[in-house]
Design a protein around this ligand. Structure first.
Ligand code: 0O2
Length: 226
């Protein structure tokens, strides 16, 4: 039978657990709001672009907030102090938005259109299209800080936005599945094939871009120059 002392420590433990849960939810909620702000900006750009230029540069947008498990894994892997301030400071991809475009020119144009908005701060850019990773991975990554207005005031939330073409996305999702299946121990032969496939995807992007420009003539050049 539980003694009064046991009851008291159980109550303390339950209160601590509840407080941690509430704090975690509040922390992740800010990132969800930041992600929603970016999604709204993209959807406005997509709609307005379609009306103004009769052209849609965005094929697909997907978003996610890191799960608590994946956050804990990253905190451990990077040796980050397990407190919210340190995590906020060091982990910038808690909110992530992936924008898939048809053409490489659309990737840069969309990044530019977002980056030029005056409530946005671009904290970091990694251009894996100009300089692909050794395994062949291509995408344009940007850590974009967006203001979120809460009842308690403004918070600037970092969101990792990955811009890529359909071909880059196709490659990255297959490569991710292969890594998962082989638990990161991918046989050399498959790694070489993946690199070869990445080169073919880049070549396809290049050809599609050229065809696109030929098809739309001067109009495409004008839109591309936006
Ligand atoms: P998820 O589930 O997609 O979020 P870091 O983020 O600090 O661990 P790094 O190298 O500084 O690592 O970040 P970087 O280069 O900006 O890449 C982070 C994200 O880009 C990854 O997120 C992937 O989404 C994607 N990415 C980067 N390299 C590759 C690659 O070689 N193959 C594939 N398929 N995706 C890649 P997460 O956190 O790994 O996963």
């Amino acid at each position: 039978m539980a003694t009064p002392a046991d009851d008291a420590s159980l109550n303390v433990w339950a209160a601590q657990l509840r407080a941690l849960r509430d704090q975690t939810e509040r922390f992740l909620r800010e990132y969800r709001f930041g992600m929603q702000e970016i999604e709204t900006k993209l959807s406005i750009l997509r709609e307005e672009f379609e009306h103004t230029h009769s052209y849609n540069p965005i094929e697909h947008v997907s978003s996610r907030v890191k799960s608590p498990d994946s956050l804990v894994e990253k905190v451990e892997r990077k040796g980050i102090e397990p407190n919210f301030d340190a995590i906020r400071e060091r982990i910038t991809d808690i909110a992530g938005v992936r924008v898939t475009c048809s053409f490489v020119s659309d990737v840069y144009r969309l990044f530019d259109l977002l980056a030029r908005q005056d409530d946005i701060t671009v904290r970091e850019v990694k251009d894996y299209i100009a300089e692909p990773k050794p395994n062949g991975y291509q995408s344009l990554h940007a850590i974009i800080e967006v203001p979120v207005f809460l009842s308690t005031g403004r918070v600037d939330v970092p969101v990792e936005v990955q811009f890529r073409t359909i071909a880059m996305d196709f490659w990255a999702s297959l490569e991710h599945k292969i890594y998962y299946k082989y638990d990161s121990q991918v046989p050399e032969r498959l790694l070489a094939e993946l690199k070869d496939a990445a080169d073919s995807a880049a070549e396809l992007d290049h050809r599609m871009e050229r065809l696109h420009r030929e098809l739309h003539g001067p109009r495409a050049a004008k839109v591309v120059a936006v």
